[in-house]
Design a protein. Structure first.
Length: 136
């Protein structure tokens, strides 16, 4: 009887830990990316109006780049459905590239590149929102 109870308890504990929805895990990778895209979009707009220092803008983009990049590594090993995992990974790759271009534009104070990047940030942010809603 005691062994049976122990086996049942271990099974329940295993299911509780392993029962997490892998697609929901993908949404957790998207949340910080979505937040960073919105933040960088705002910083681009403020930088074009000279309301934030170039160094702040550059450092923010660098922080975004690091966080998004660190999310891509574990995502590649996710057990989520491959098409959704690949779609999420592609989106994070686009976000990472956008953050890198923002960082470079801020560092050079290239107002044309900053203005151009706003469009891509808005697209990536909207795509993050769409995919996050699909996954949750």
């Amino acid at each position: 009887m005691e062994r049976r109870f122990l086996a049942l308890a271990l099974t329940a504990a295993f299911l509780a830990c392993g029962g997490r929805n892998s697609n929901k895990d993908l949404a957790d990778f998207i949340k910080p990316c979505r937040s960073w895209m919105a933040t960088l979009l705002l910083i681009c707009e403020e930088r074009l109006r000279n309301e934030v220092p170039a160094a702040y803008a550059r450092d923010s983009a660098e922080s975004a780049l690091k966080e998004i990049d660190s999310s891509r590594r574990p995502l590649a090993q996710s057990k989520a459905a491959p098409p959704l995992r690949d779609e999420t990974l592609h989106l994070l790759t686009r976000a990472n590239a956008a953050a890198a271009r923002c960082r470079d534009a801020f560092a050079k104070n290239d107002r044309g590149a900053i203005a151009a990047e706003r469009s891509e940030l808005a697209k990536v942010s909207a795509e993050c929102k769409r995919l996050q809603e699909k996954l949750e």
